[in-house]
Ligand binder design. Structure first.
Ligand code: URA
Length: 300
């Protein structure tokens, strides 16, 4: 993997890594010293405030488009909270810029000799794909599945993917070759150990859309009306696919390529099999936030 990203002699051109006049990175508007080693990602910019209220000594805040951030301390642990908005495109930006803040020397525009490892946990909301998973449950994506295709744009994609699981899924669903090939990446084992007794084990799909890409039919019919039924029926040994969200695959995949520890954990807000949803899910998300903060604070 070394050859993919650790090339200290290469100078990264100003057009490839854009640094603002104040020394901050292009989209996130953060400078390297403003990033903590532990990062919590949320989709909704307003959700940053739900987490910030638990922090002490908030030392820095930034806001640009959907990227709202704060760095402070929880029980003595320095953490950065960052919103990414919705979707995989924003994750490509957030993960690349977080890694650049940690591992690129902005003065020389080269990769640092000594790489810094970040711990990145996304807290999201999600739709359940199995009948026994209920609204309010928390699912930890032990494996994330990308329906989005992003990871295939990066060299080394196959080095971090579970190719046997991918093949079994492609065969089971009779995957349409017009769609990006799904990719399966495991979460950090250490993060899984941290949360395994507090969440349902999941294989979580990250989809490039909320409607037809998750099998929803409003006015336009999904290309494969049976997709969710096929997903629900899929088994890989004793494992099954549990839920849909829209960001986790690229977080897991890029973190694996970059050498960071990452995972996605979601509160279920829609039950896709039983066809119900709860828009009053804030108390459940609050509970997940408290769980995440308490456990991350104990992590080495
Ligand atoms: N987020 C998703 O991506 N899908 C859902 O069904 C609910 C939340």
């Amino acid at each position: 993997m070394e050859k993919i990203y650790n090339t200290p002699s290469r100078i990264i051109a100003p057009s490839e890594l854009i640094i603002n006049a104040d020394g901050s990175i292009f989209h996130l508007h953060l400078r390297p010293e403003q990033l903590a080693d532990t990062v919590i990602l949320v989709g909704d910019p307003a959700r940053v405030e739900m987490i910030v209220k638990y922090l002490d000594n908030v030392e820095h805040r930034a806001s640009s488009r959907e990227f709202n951030s704060a760095t402070g301390y929880y029980k003595g642990k320095r953490m950065t909270i960052l919103s990414t908005g919705i979707g995989i495109g924003n994750i490509d930006i957030a993960m690349t810029e977080l890694d650049a803040l940690a591992n690129i020397d902005f003065a020389t525009r080269t990769v640092k000799q000594e790489l810094r490892q970040l711990t990145i946990l996304r807290l999201g909301t999600s739709g359940a794909l199995q009948p026994d998973i209920e609204v309010g449950d928390v699912v930890f994506a032990r494996t994330s599945v990308g329906f989005d295709g992003l990871l295939s744009y990066y060299a080394g994609r196959n080095d971090v993917c579970d190719l046997e699981l991918e093949q079994a899924f492609v065969e089971h669903t009779e995957w349409d070759s017009l769609m990006p090939r799904p990719y399966f990446v495991d979460a950090s084992q250490e993060l899984w150990e941290l949360f395994r007794n507090a969440a349902i084990e999941g294989i979580t799909i990250a989809s490039p859309g909320f409607y037809a890409p998750q099998g929803r039919w409003v006015r336009l019919k999904p290309a494969d009306e049976q997709m969710n039924a096929k997903i629900e029926a899929f088994r890989y040994g004793s494992r099954r696919i549990t839920n849909y969200e829209m960001e986790g695959s690229a977080i897991a995949g890029l973190a694996a390529l970059m050498g960071h520890r990452a995972a996605t954990m979601c509160t279920i807000i829609a039950q896709r099999v039983n066809k119900n949803a709860n828009t009053d899910y804030k108390p459940f998300v609050e509970r997940m936030i408290q769980l995440a903060l308490d456990r991350l604070a104990t992590m080495q």
